[in-house]
Write a protein that binds this ligand. Sequence first.
Ligand SMILES: NC(=O)c1ccc[n+]([C@@H]2O[C@H](COP(=O)([O-])OP(=O)(O)OC[C@H]3O[C@@H](n4cnc5c(N)ncnc54)[C@H](OP(=O)(O)O)[C@@H]3O)[C@@H](O)[C@H]2O)c1
Length: 309
Amino acid sequence: MRSSNSLSKIKAENAKISFSYIPVAVFVGGTSGIGRGIAEAFARHTKGNAHIIIVGRNRAAAESIIASFPQPTSPTAKHEFIECDVSLLKNVRQVTSEILNKHAKLNFLVLSAGALDHNRTRLTEDGIDPVTALSYHSRWKLIYDLAPALEKARNDNEDAKVLSVLSAGNGGKIDLSDLELKKASLMTWIQSLMTYNDIMMDGFALHYPSISFIHSFPGAVRTPLGLNSASLWMRTWAFLVNYTPLSYLLMTPENCGEYQLYGIHYTASTPGAWRIGKHGNDIEKQGYHGDDTSRDALWKHTMEVTDSK
Ligand SMILES: NC(=O)c1ccc[n+]([C@@H]2O[C@H](COP(=O)([O-])OP(=O)(O)OC[C@H]3O[C@@H](n4cnc5c(N)ncnc54)[C@H](OP(=O)(O)O)[C@@H]3O)[C@@H](O)[C@H]2O)c1
């Protein structure tokens, strides 16, 4: 479907989504903004008949989102929250073990936890700044740890799809001698994280060929992102896009959720690495700066940084 297709058509297509099984879907970052929009669209179109797990820090937000989901008619469907600060790798290990202990199979993993800050000197105990950790390392580790459950779903002929919401199509060249991004300028750092998400998905598609891995650009979406940033500049920007007439230029999280769900369900129709745009459309290799060498170098580097075996 082309990017010009209307929202009403997208919604009508999403309304046809149905599963012959109760899907298990994890939304890391589902307590707000884009992740919330996708989780709500998923709950709406499955009529609540899904096992939905929201992961984040804000319990009150999660409880209110879950309370708004349609009540399931299936006794095996369940909607739950797992509280976790995923900027720390030890917490990611904990949350993935908790999910794997409860679920042998996972059908959808949606990753949208993120923050806005340009100060890269404040590091987590893993030695990584929180924005980099949230945009890349924690996402990589969540996928890596949960991949066996996604593979199990696929082996049983069910969907197995991963979506990372960041900025497909807007990345830049990466520096293989600075994969930790310690020397990168502000713009190189931002664009590298976007390319990291592209080649992260390429790497996973290579290692887990039965699963669909999608990196998306959601468009400019009206969310609280940046309102609590440590950076005054980011807070000012977030205030302007949320509370002035500028906000009308932005997409709502609800509409973004519909487009992204369309992209997951219909556009990424086969296993492999996908890149989708703000209307859930396939953007193919537009603005792509990866190659096999950088994919493999980043994979090896990330295995080491995340202490993955
Ligand atoms: N909005 C846009 O226009 C736009 C455009 C392009 C790309 N993006 C990207 O899309 C992603 C989602 O952004 P958004 O606009 O939806 O932002 P948002 O409304 O602020 O949502 C961010 C989500 O991340 C979660 N989160 C943040 N820090 C966390 C942590 N340490 N541990 C666990 N969860 C954490 C938050 O949950 P808790 O508060 O519950 O922890 C929240 O659910 C970000 O990566 C952003 O860069 C956004």
